[in-house]
Design a protein around this ligand. Sequence first.
Ligand code: AP5
Ligand code: MG
Length: 213
Amino acid sequence: MNLLIMGLPGAGKGTQAAKIVEKFDVVHISTGDMFRAAMANQTEMGLLAKSYIDKGDLVPDEVTNGIVKERLAQEDIKEKGFLLDGYPRTIEQAHALDEALKNLGITLEGVINIEIDPAKLVERLSGRIIHRETGETFHKVFNPPAEGYDEKDYYQREDDKPESVKRRLEVNIAQGQPIIDHYRAAGLVHDIEGDQDIEVVFADIEKVLSKLQ
Ligand code: AP5
Ligand code: MG
């Protein structure tokens, strides 16, 4: 299956993507994860991305389009299919993706759109913690790791600080609607209620994907 997962920052894209990948064996492509890996390795691209990400702004389209195009051209994508998480984020990126897929002879089969009231997202992002060793995402209140966990084993994302969160929400709300409209016109969008327990959200996604399979 060739899929997108969309939703505002904190909607639960990464959380659900991990479950989808496990169950449906597609390749998870998260542009945010790719940028964070490049930042950790202090590559040229990582340093450039950091100057945007820490402020909550989008990395320029030409950089983002380039890394996605390169990743989609790899062998495993044709074998397993993909789940793009966090891309496209601008209508220009959506057009670049259409073009890249066309050139590769790949058809997009579905867009999972996680809907949630933006007012709920600050709480989600400010409580998010990530396990240093595995990279797994948790939440201090909504999805805590095992009881008695050691806080030192977890970290918070730099862009989950209040100033960046505010900017991320503004940017993503402004850019998001035309992209959803673009895919809705193609009949690809499946809306999922995001303000439910993680397992309930996943059950709803599973129903959609089982039909697409
Ligand atoms: P990216 O990493 O994609 O961040 P984002 O879109 O802001 O989304 P998040 O990863 O913050 O949220 P999520 O939806 O994955 O939620 P999660 O599952 O973790 O991008 C980061 C930055 O990189 C961007 O700001 C930009 O600068 C740059 N970038 C990336 N892609 C780009 C692009 N295409 N173009 C340009 N720039 C780009 O869940 C959040 C928390 O809530 C967790 O703690 C989780 O445990 C909890 N939670 C999840 N689901 C539930 C639930 N149902 N109930 C209660 N809690 C829940
Ligand atoms: Mg994410």
